[in-house]
Design a protein around this ligand. Structure first.
Ligand SMILES: [Zn+2]
Length: 172
């Protein structure tokens, strides 16, 4: 269920929300006029390329997409830039420091967590590691490795957004 479908009462005045109070991406209380917008959450991920042409992928430790390959990444914090978020997430997940970070593309996605389907906007980057930086397994990851482009088919990746972005990398 989308986040809006979990709201049955106005969060401000507590009155029941009529069916007409909910539009596709916002709710408006008919009693007190409270209006709330449901926006996509911003997420980031990086396709990291090594000098020998191999690409860095992690295997996800948790649902959604548990056990599937993915570029490392995560959600953008409030008040954080996407560039800072991708550097932070890769440091937290696999302990690396990024050197270059270049925007690749964005893709909408749906992220199911505890019965709530969060619409996201996934921002993908191409990145390189700082000299001497080596990936290691830290958070939310079961393994990490370097793969040739031919070893990772788009369908092997956890989400359709990642698959589309990876197809874009492979097409270059
Ligand atoms: Zn209200």
């Amino acid at each position: 269920m989308l986040p809006i479908e979990h709201f049955h009462f106005c969060p401000r005045c507590g009155q029941p929300l009529s069916s007409g109070a909910k539009q596709a991406a916002s709710l408006e209380c008919g009693t007190c006029g409270f209006r709330y917008f449901f926006n996509a959450a911003a997420a980031v991920a990086a396709f990291v390329r090594r000098e020998d042409g191999r690409w860095l992928f992690i295997r996800r430790a948790k649902e959604p997409g548990q056990g599937k390959l993915a570029p490392a990444g995560g959600f953008v914090d409030i008040g954080e830039t996407a560039e800072a978020a991708v550097r932070r997430e890769l440091r937290e997940e696999i302990g690396v420091t990024l050197a270059s970070v270049t925007f690749l593309c964005s893709q909408p996605n749906a992220y199911l967590y505890r019965d709530v389907t969060y619409p996201t906007l996934d921002l993908f980057f191409l990145a390189t590691l700082a000299p001497g930086s080596e990936p290691t397994v830290l958070e939310e990851v079961t393994s990490v490795g370097w793969f040739t482009a031919g070893e990772v088919a788009p369908e092997d990746l956890a989400f359709p957004s990642m698959q589309a972005a990876w197809r874009q990398v492979l097409a270059v």
